[in-house]
Design a protein around this ligand. Sequence first.
Ligand SMILES: *Cc1c(COP(=O)(O)O)cnc(C)c1O
Length: 378
Amino acid sequence: MRKELINFIRDKFKNEGFIPLHVPVFKGNEKSFLEECIDSTFVSSVGEYVNLFEDTLSKITQTKKTTAVVNGTAALQVALRLVGVKKDDEVITQALTFVATANAIIYNNAQPIFLDVDIDTMGLSPQAVNDFLEEFGDVREDGCYNKKTGRKIAACMPMHTFGFPVHLDELLEVCNKWNIPVVEDAAESLGSEYKGKPTGGFGEVGAISFNGNKIVTCGGGGAILTNNVELGEKAKFLTTTAKQPHSYEYVHNELGYNFRMPNLNAALACAQLEQLHSFLANKRSLAVDYHLFFKEKGVNFRTETANTKANYWLMCVELNDKKERDLFLKTTNESGVMTRPIWQLMFKSPMYENCQRDNQKNALYLEERIVNIPSSVR
Ligand SMILES: *Cc1c(COP(=O)(O)O)cnc(C)c1O
């Protein structure tokens, strides 16, 4: 299977050299928008491309207010603060994620609680969240508290792994029941849909990344999404140093951040967003071909779950066990076809080893079996 796969991938990417996991494609208006941006001299923190980017992304994600920021991690950090996460609070999330999800919690001086994922979505399991809260949750006037630690559980942050949406209806129902706001880590899922609606707009606040390896990139960048206009305005305020509006005086009454996205990056982002639709179609056609190939070989290529549309950001297969996975990784990488195991679970990192967590049954299962395969737009 592995030899055939390598040939299959070389054929799909028409490339006999090294084939990376995911590379950006700049075949639209990138150069002309960048040139226009430089000519305007507005290359820094304000400019027409920032505004255009925010409006375009609001339309794409069907959310009321978008704030462009420097990267996805900063977007997550501020998103958590916006829903009220404070020092010594706790935030429920998954251990099977990229480290930025957990780091954004610590940046708010809060602590993560790691709960299990579902096998089908690879994202936070509504059942696991409910089970945990049945045991430890205590709903009070001002929110939900953890009976074990006495701390407030100030947010729940699911992550749509590789662009596969989590079971949002069920998760939102559980979080509503326990009075916990949801922050969506939609860093990987721009263009994915749940029951016909784009991810990123389901929680109180959502965050998207435009890093170089994501489906759409602007070099580095992120966005904070929300349907709550007041929170949206607060997002802009906090990420632009929290300066009181005034034409020449500089007055700050609150700790803000310099997290704004430069106009130069926004120009690149605008050109990339114009191509999102074609990128999605291109990736979907590769996913269809992969699916057929792996089906014949009896390998589980991950496809979208019922009622969802995945953006197929990073495509992946589930191998039978760790031994088979290791052999797969070795053969492909040694042949110049890049493949990569899913992330090590967060609580295995020293910074997170003492965080509260459940049994992680599904996360541990997936950690040993899931491998990403080349997924670039061709
Ligand atoms: C990429 C990513 C981020 C962070 O985005 P950056 O723009 O790289 O800071 C956060 N969460 C997840 C799940 C990601 O994949």
